[in-house]
Ligand binder design. Structure first.
Ligand code: GDP
Length: 335
């Protein structure tokens, strides 16, 4: 037990969001437990640097018994349910896995909290993607959802379950409706990291081209560390409620490109090629969230601007590629 005596359990702790959250919870004096397959004996991803400060518990989203055991043994003060498959194109290939891992696991955890640890405050990592082709942009917590892919449909179903169990069973359960949130820990299949990595690689002479899909697509990007800080604020309020955590500003992929390549003094048009195979179905409603409620009721304010976030990611990629390029003894292309 730590000095504060508070205990948190985090699913998805090895991912981008889980790692920022773990760092923040440790700084807040929490005893931090991460639910991972194999109980921490395998890959620790983004929390490898915290391996001596976190306790790991064996758990698998698709094995309800493991989730119930973790809840009954730990009875955490705060439970952050971040684990989920998250890459939208994959959800078309495997809709059943997405439904089971997102809806099934969230239902199991809510049931386990109700039955075994009712004092636990529960946070679900929701997604602004659930709004889909909603009538409004920016979206608020009251906007009606029209999801357009299996990932979004699963996130919506889990989001609704959180509200239902809050009402019906009196749980302190909240859904954080997060929009695109990024960092140097984002996997490179997401467009932000794909772009910052390419800007760094081209600057270093390691690559010559960046192949993208729709560069006019609009997203609302913010810093992952800010998003998870908002999640903790939600659990420490008097009353449970759902909040949109977003920047409130829509930007195109092109704007992200210009920020990243501009950071290293390059013109993206000289390097970018569009591949129709990467272009997704057209979107009529810009995916932009209105964070007014979080600002007013939680006092939540993002610490990093869009430009600062992109700059931070490019700098991290320059460092990482610089190191690995040297290690492999590669000879860079002439820039
Ligand atoms: P998502 O919003 O969770 O699907 O996050 P992504 O980072 O995967 O995609 C953000 C937006 O960038 C979407 O509108 C994509 O259509 C667009 N985009 C354009 N080119 C690419 C690309 O090469 N890869 C990805 N992942 N997205 C791209």
């Amino acid at each position: 037990m730590t000095a504060s005596g508070r205990r948190a359990l985090v699913t998805g702790i090895t991912g981008q969001d889980g790692s920022f959250l773990a760092e923040q919870l440790l700084a807040d004096g929490f005893e931090v437990h991460g639910l991972v397959r194999g109980g921490g004996r395998g890959e620790l991803g983004n929390v490898a640097h915290l391996r001596d400060r976190i306790a790991f518990v064996d758990g698998d989203l698709l094995r309800p018994d493991t989730l119930r055991t973790a809840l009954s043994e730990l009875r955490p003060d705060e439970l952050y349910h971040l684990a989920a498959p998250s890459f939208v194109p994959d959800s078309w290939r495997e809709p059943a896995r997405f439904a089971a891992a997102i809806v099934g696991a969230t239902a199991t955890l809510l049931e386990a909290v109700r039955d075994l640890s009712p004092g636990t405050r529960f946070l679900f990592a929701g997604s602004g993607e659930m709004f889909g082709e909603a009538a409004d942009s920016p979206q608020t917590e009251a906007t009606a959802c029209l999801p357009r892919n299996p990932y979004a449909t699963a996130k919506l179903a889990a989001h609704l379950l959180v509200g239902e169990l809050r009402e019906h069973a009196g749980l302190f359960a909240c859904s954080a409706i997060m929009y695109n949130h990024e960092s140097e820990r984002r996997p490179p299949n997401f467009v932000s990291r794909k772009i910052t990595r390419a800007a760094a690689a081209i600057k270093l002479g390691l690559e010559r081209e960046l192949v993208l899909g729709d560069t006019e697509a609009i997203r609302d990007w913010s810093f992952a560390g800010d998003a998870v800080a908002g999640c903790s604020l939600m659990l420490r309020r008097q009353e449970p409620a759902d909040y949109i955590l977003a920047s409130g500003i829509g930007r195109t992929v092109r704007e992200l490109l210009e920020a990243a390549f501009g950071h290293v003094g390059l013109d993206p048009d000289a390097f970018v090629r569009v591949d129709a195979a990467l272009v997704r179905a057209p979107e009529a409603t810009p995916r932009v969230g209105d964070p007014s409620r979080a600002r007013t009721e939680l006092g939540w304010l993002p610490s990093l601007s869009f430009e600062a976030l992109v700059g931070r990611m490019v700098e991290a990629d320059l460092r990482e590629l610089g190191r690995s390029g040297n290690r492999r003894g590669e000879v860079p292309f002439a820039p």
